[in-house]
Design a binder for this molecule. Structure first.
Ligand SMILES: Nc1nc2c([nH]c(=O)n2[C@@H]2O[C@H](COP(=O)(O)OP(=O)(O)OP(=O)(O)O)[C@@H](O)[C@H]2O)c(=O)[nH]1
Length: 138
């Protein structure tokens, strides 16, 4: 069905990959939409920002790391109709950053194998992102 008006929300997310080939998941805190679900770090792109810049900002805010913008590698994107908005979310692979990953916003963090991601409850938009990660990382 075609909808006449849909709010498009642009979000950018990262698959941070550690030297062991594991991917970082962050748990959405209580009180937020989709609370308790495991997601890729990231957030909304602000007006005037390039996606890679927005991602670097979010990674600094959420995890305290300084990610290498020129190393961000586009892998896949999610296009998902939530009830009240449509999410468009590119996923970048990021293997290089400065600093230690720290949960700056009190969120739980987990390093997981790509092939184990299906064991984590994730937002529905994220499901199509898992196969490309498994293809890349095994
Ligand atoms: N960062 C991130 N967001 C995701 C993923 N999957 C997914 O559906 N989303 C959705 O994309 C939006 C992310 O924006 P956000 O992190 O700034 O959202 P938020 O609820 O904290 O909003 P707020 O900043 O207005 O409080 C949320 O609606 C979130 O549910 C994911 O893997 N990572």
């Amino acid at each position: 069905m075609t909808q006449s008006s849909t709010r498009l929300v642009l979000v950018v997310a990262a698959a941070l990959v550690d030297p062991d080939g594991r991917v970082l998941l962050a748990q959405r805190p209580a009180g937020k939409q989709l609370a308790g679900l495991w997601e890729f770090p990231g957030g909304k792109i602000e007006p005037g920002e390039r996606p890679e810049q927005a991602l670097a900002r979010e990674l600094a805010e959420e995890l305290g790391i300084d990610a290498c913008v020129s190393c961000m590698q586009p892998l896949a994107f999610a296009s998902h109709a939530y009830e009240d908005f449509h999410l468009l979310m590119p996923l970048f692979v990021c293997r290089r950053w400065d600093g230690m990953v720290v949960a700056k916003e009190g969120q739980a963090l987990k390093w997981a194998r790509a092939r184990d991601l299906r064991n984590f409850p994730m937002p529905p938009a994220d499901a199509p992102l898992i196969d490309p990660l498994v293809a890349l990382l095994g």
